[in-house]
Design a protein. Structure first.
Length: 248
C-alpha cells in the first residue's frame, strides 16, 4: 500500500485543518490516518491530531477492538477539551490484516473506491440526517438549517470533538464506526474534510481515481479541480491510500 496527503488553506483567512498519517503504525506495518477540520480556532484540531493516535494505540494494545478504541478515544479527548471553546470534526482509518476500520464525528468523510463502485465508509453527521436532527431537537436545540442553535451561536456538524458549549443540545463526540474487508478489486481509500465533499460527490471523486491511480497524482488532480476549477472556498485536506493485494 501507498499513501499521501495534501493540506491547503484555500482562500480562507485561517487554516484550521490538521491531519495525521502513519504508514508503519505501532511499528507493525499498519496504516493509520486522520483528518481534523477545526472551527472556533485551530486549538481542538491541533490537540486531537497530536493525541488521538497515541490514545487509540494504547487502547488497541490493551486488547480492545478497534471500533471500541475509537469510540473511547473520541469521547475522552472531547472531555479533555471541556475548558476550550473550539471543536473539530474528525475522520480516521486504521488498516490491519486486510481490514479497514473507520471512525468519524461530523462531516469529514471516508470513501472506498473500487474498479466498479464507490462505497462510503463513514456517516455524515449533519441536520439532514434525520436521526441526528431528532437528537438535537429532543435536547432542546433550535434548528435554523443548516445550523443547530444554542443561544446566539450555531454549529453545522452534529457530532464533534470539543465544542463544550454545544453539548447541552446534543452535539456529541461519539463517532460512527465501521469495518470493511478489503477486496482484490478495491483501488483507493480517500479520507477528507468537507472542503472536498461539499464540492465533489463520491462518484465524481471515484472517476478521478480511475484515471489517477497513484495517491500523489490523485491528490494533485483533486486539488486543481476543487480549488481552481470549481473555486472551492474551504480549507482542503485529503489523505489517499492506494490499496493492493499484499495488504498487511
Amino acid at each position: 500500500m501507498k499513501a499521501a496527503f495534501i493540506s491547503e488553506r484555500g482562500i480562507r483567512l485561517e487554516m484550521e485543518d490538521t491531519h495525521y498519517l502513519n504508514t508503519n503504525f505501532g511499528n507493525q506495518g499498519w496504516f493509520f490516518g486522520g483528518v481534523y477540520d477545526g472551527h472556533g480556532g485551530k486549538y481542538a484540531a491541533t490537540f486531537v491530531s497530536e493525541r488521538l493516535h497515541i490514545l487509540f494505540l494504547k487502547k488497541l494494545l490493551s486488547s480492545q477492538f478497534p471500533q471500541q478504541a475509537f469510540v473511547e478515544s473520541y469521547e475522552e479527548l472531547s472531555f479533555e477539551l471541556r475548558h476550550q471553546e473550539s471543536g473539530t470534526t474528525a475522520v480516521n482509518f486504521f488498516i490491519r490484516d486486510g481490514l479497514i476500520f473507520t471512525a468519524n464525528a461530523g462531516d469529514a468523510r471516508a470513501i472506498l473506491i473500487s474498479e466498479n463502485s464507490v462505497f462510503q465508509l463513514s456517516t455524515d453527521h449533519r441536520l439532514d440526517n434525520i436521526e441526528e436532527r431528532q437528537r438535537i431537537e429532543k435536547m432542546g436545540g433550535i434548528i435554523n438549517y443548516p445550523y443547530a442553535i444554542r443561544g446566539n451561536s450555531g454549529l453545522m456538524p452534529t457530532r464533534t470533538i470539543g465544542d463544550q458549549y454545544f453539548k447541552p443540545i446534543g452535539i456529541i463526540a461519539t463517532p460512527s464506526v465501521s469495518k470493511y474487508v478489503i477486496r482484490n478489486s478495491d483501488l483507493m481509500l480517500v479520507a477528507a474534510c468537507d472542503g472536498l465533499f461539499d464540492v465533489m460527490n463520491n462518484e465524481k471523486i471515484a472517476e478521478f481515481a480511475l484515471y489517477n491511480t497513484e495517491p500523489v497524482s490523485l491528490l494533485e488532480a483533486l486539488k486543481k479541480e476543487v480549488l481552481f476549477k470549481r473555486q472551492g472556498t474551504d480549507n482542503l485536506t485529503i489523505i489517499a491510500v492506494k490499496l493492493s493485494e499484499d495488504n498487511v
